[in-house]
Ligand binder design. Sequence first.
Ligand code: BG6
Length: 517
Amino acid sequence: MTMEGNQNEIQAAGAVILLFGATGDLARRKLFPAFYALYREGKLAENFAIVGLARRQRTNEEFRQDVLDSIKEFARYKVDNDDNWERFADHFEYMPLDTNNVEGFRQLNELTGQLDRKFGIEGNRLIYLALAPELFGTVAHNLKAGGILESAGWNRLVIEKPFGYDLPSAEKLNEELSGVFREEEIYRIDHYLGKEMVQNIEVLRFANAFFEPLWNNKHIANIQITLSETVGVEERGGYYDHSGALRDMGQNHMLQMVTMMAMEPPSRMHPEDIRDEKVKVLRSLRLYEDTADVQGNVVRGQYAEGQSKGKELPAYRNEDKVNPESVTETYFAARIMVDNFRWAGVPFYVRTGKRLPVKTTEVVVEFKNMPENVYFAQKTDLKPNLLVFRVNPLEGIYLKMNAKRPGSEWSIVPIAMDFCQSCQIGINTPEAYERLIYDAARGDSTYFTRWDEVKLAWTFIDRIASGWAQDQSDLKFYPAGSWGPEAADKLLHQDGFHWWPVNGQDESEVVWVPATS
Ligand code: BG6
C-alpha cells in the first residue's frame, strides 16, 4: 500500500490495543479515524490488533461496519480501495464485556494471546479507556485480576479526562490506578496538547532568537488565551451540568496552555524535563485566597436565550438533561498570576465559553508599548505589538507591528504579518488524537499530563470552585451568541487592557503584508 506520511517518522511498536468504550462517541468521531490515518501513513505497521470492548452485543462484522461508517464520515483519509480497507478491517475484533465481570477479562486475555500469535505481536498492550471515569478503577483492577497485564511486552494505559472532579476525587482515582500501573505507564490525555499549534508554541519560543529574549515581564504586558465555542452543551447536559466550564476546560486545556506559554526552556527536550518545567509553572500560580479574591479575579457566566446567524438559541437551563435552576457556569474568564521571576506582574487573562460568536482557540501576547518620545512628537496613537498563536480553526502565527504609512511623512500604521500554516498544508495536519495515540504507542509521554500536574491544577481550580460555592450572586447571564458577560471586559479594563479581537476580526486599520511561504 502507498504510505502517505513522512517516511522519516518511525513506526509504532506492534501492540494489541484494547479499546474500552468502543461503541461510544469518542471512538466514532475521533479514535477510529485516527487509527485509520496512522495506518494509511504507515505509522501503524501490520502487527497491531484493536479489540473493541463495550457492554453491547455486536458481531465482528457489525463492529467493522461501525468503524467503516465512522471513517467515511470523519476521517481525513477516505477509503479509496477495497483491498486496503479489508486489510485494515482484519485488525479489528469486538468482544462484549461487562467491566464488573472478572471472567470476561480472563476471556479477553485469551483473545489478546490469540491476536499476538495472529499478528506477530510481542505481548504489548495499549489499553485505551474511553469510558466514564467512575469505571476506571474497576477496569484497572480487573485488567490485573484477569491476567491481562502479565504478558511479555509493555503495558500502557491511556485515559480520557476528566481525571476526577476535584483534588480529593482525583487523588482517589490516582490511588486506584497506581495500585495497578506505574506512573510512567499512565498516559492522561489532554487533547489540546496534541494540537499542532499548541506543540508549536515550544518550537516558536525556543527556536527563535527574537522571541525568547523578550519573553518576560520587562517586555510583555499581558497574555490572553481564548478558547471559545459556538456550540451549546448538545447531548452532554447530564455530564456538563455537573462539571461546568471551569472543570471541563479550565482544569485541563486552559491551564495546559498557560504552562506552555509560561514554562522555562527545559534543559533537554525529554518528556520528563519538559513536564518538570510545566509543573514549576503550576506551582507558581497565585492561589485565590477567599471568595472575595475569587470574585475579584474570576468571572462566571451562563448562556441565556439568544441568537446566532439568525437562529434562535435556547437558554442553557432549557437544554436537555440540565437542571432548570442550574447555576453551572458555561463561561468563565480569569486573571491568573504566575508568581515567579519571569512573570511577576504579568496577567494571564483566560476565557472560555459555550455559545460564543465564533469557534476559536487563540493566544495573544501583548508587548509593552514603546515610549512615545520626542521622535514621535506628533500624536501617533502607537498600538502595542502583538504576537498571536492561532490554534484553531486556522493554524498559524500573526505578528502585528508599527510602520510608517507608505507615502506619508510620520504617520504610523499597524502592519501585520500573517502566516497561515493550515492554508498551506490543509488536510496534511494530523488530528490531535492521531498524534497522541501515536505518541502513546511509541512510549513518548511528553504531551500527556503527569500526576503532579493534575494535582496542582486541581489545587488551583478547587480554590475557585470553593469560592463560587460560598456565594452564587456573581453568576452573570449572557445571551447565547454573544461574547459573554461584560464583567469579563471590566476585568481587563481595570488593568488598562482590553481583549484583542480573535480570528483577525476588527483589523480594518491594519495594513496587511501578504503571507509568504
Ligand atoms: C472537550 C470538552 O475536552 O473539549 C468539550 O469536554 C469541548 O466540552 C471540547 O467542546 C473542545 O475541544 P476542541 O478541540 O473542539 O476545541
